[in-house]
Ligand binder design. Structure first.
Ligand code: FAD
Length: 237
């Protein structure tokens, strides 16, 4: 099976607005002229590439939607992506992990789960997650009913709050792990130092996720841009 990529290309350089005059193409990655160079992310994984297109020819039947209307297609996909990026289930999972591990981790001779400040932090996350869950259901049902399949700008609210929660719940699990959260890819350094033993998978995996999730407030459209969309398209400012 072929690998494909979506490509937005400028097809009308004289379009009156920047978002006009762009066309959406589906490109077979085996097309001559495409060079892919891997980028290794801060979490040590490879899921990004630098891609070069040199004189690549794409058959016209690989165009998605109308010529010069590619931004409409992209906006539709971005609306769905932004709803998905919130990944509330993952934040819920992180809060559960933090609670479970805080029963084992001791602070001042007592399990961390008994610490008042830790409990307040967990409670705040649970309230925020419930609030966002309800908002997500509202956005999805309104999207089906009223918007005729068009993306709801409220998906930007989900993206902002969802990624903030993803980042901060992951940070809480790292805090629970403390020194156990030391990244496991620093194994070479371990051999040379008197640092503590490498931590268990739940803690070190969280550290990888914490580092990778720095990108969550950037990809899919930065959270600053999401705030601009909310102020214009949702609040009408
Ligand atoms: C891990 C990762 C994966 C990605 N995956 C994909 C992918 O699969 N497909 C894809 O197409 N793209 C992908 N991207 C690209 C991503 O969508 C862009 O990086 C993102 O939209 C930001 O655009 P930019 O990098 O050009 O930043 P810029 O637009 O140059 O912004 C730079 C900074 O300025 C701020 N800024 C810019 N304009 C404004 C404004 N008007 N008001 C306020 N602040 C502003 C931004 O918030 C940001 O902090 C990925 C990025 C990352 C990090």
């Amino acid at each position: 099976m072929a690998d494909w990529c979506f490509l937005l290309v400028r097809t009308d350089p004289n379009a009156p607005k920047r978002q006009m005059g762009i066309t959406f193409l589906l490109v077979d990655m085996k097309t001559p002229g495409i060079t892919v160079r891997p980028i290794i992310s801060i979490d040590g994984t490879h899921h990004l590439n630098e891609v070069f297109f040199d004189d690549v020819k794409v058959p016209v039947n690989m165009r998605v939607g109308e010529e010069n209307k590619g931004w409409d297609v992209a906006k539709f996909l971005l609306g769905n992506e932004r709803t998905g990026i919130a990944r509330l289930g993952r934040s819920k999972e992180r809060v559960e992990t933090a609670k479970e591990k805080a029963r084992e981790v001791m602070q001042n001779g007592r399990p961390l789960i008994e610490d008042a400040e830790f409990r307040r932090r967990v409670a705040q996350f649970e309230v925020d997650i419930k609030g966002l869950e309800i908002t997500q259901l509202r956005v999805v049902s309104a999207h089906d009913k009223a918007r005729d399949g068009k993306p709801d700008p409220l998906s930007s609210v989900l993206k902002i709050k969802g990624t903030e929660l993803l980042q901060s719940t992951t940070e809480m699990v790292m805090d629970v792990g403390g020194p156990l959260s030391m990244p496991d890819w620093a194994a070479e350094l371990q051999a040379l130092s008197n640092e503590p033993e490498l931590g268990p998978a739940w803690a070190t995996e969280t550290t990888r996720n914490y580092l990778m999730l720095r990108a969550a407030s950037i990809y899919g459209g930065t959270n600053e841009i999401m705030k601009n969309i909310v102020s214009k398209a949702v609040l009408g400012l």
